[in-house]
Design a protein around this ligand. Structure first.
Ligand code: URA
Length: 173
């Protein structure tokens, strides 16, 4: 699935979550599973997931109604950024998930996901805070919750992530 190095190190392939009952209005797309996700097989259930849940609630978005996916389905050792060939190997899975789920709105969390949708030269600060039309979907790229954790509760990434999720919520209502 994700190349020999990731396949050898992983415990679970983290496929992602999709709500029961048809087409979700929103898909959240992260980078790759972390340690807790690798252990449990579920996306965004560790520290990043806890902050994501909190910010989604603050923004008025319901995680249970959203698909939660990742660009890469297996944990990179030490949580390093997935390499381009690993992303390429996994791309068909995310492409097919998006085809099948067909969410009209996507939130790309962090640079790996932003690049997947918007191209390899993407600069997050230049593309965030507004939707981009990609294959008929409104794609919002924003900070990853791990950046919000790294820069702290008063840092720019947390505020930016919350502002962007709030704008997404507004676009759905
Ligand atoms: N970070 C991600 O990008 N995805 C997860 O599922 C968990 C942490």
């Amino acid at each position: 699935l994700a190349g020999p190095e990731l396949a050898a190190a992983r415990r679970h392939v983290v496929v992602g979550d999709a709500p029961a009952g048809g087409r979700p209005r929103l898909a959240l797309v992260g980078e790759a599973p972390g340690a807790t996700e690798d252990e449990t097989g579920r996306p965004f259930v560790g520290r990043s997931g806890a902050l994501l849940d909190q910010l989604l609630a603050e923004a008025g978005l319901d995680r249970a109604g959203a698909a939660v996916l990742n660009v890469v389905k297996c944990r990179p050792p030490g949580n390093r950024t997935p390499k381009a060939p690993e992303v390429a190997r996994c791309s068909g899975w995310l492409r097919r998930q998006l085809e099948l789920l067909d969410p009209p709105v996507v939130v790309a969390l962090g640079l790996s996901a932003a690049k997947w949708f918007l191209g390899p030269r993407t600069v997050l600060a230049q593309v965030r805070a507004r939707p981009h039309l990609v294959d008929g979907r409104a794609v919002w790229a924003t900070y990853h919750p791990s950046a919000a954790i790294r820069f702290g509760p008063n840092g720019a990434p947390r505020a930016g992530l919350l502002a962007d999720l709030t704008a997404v919520a507004g676009s759905l209502s």
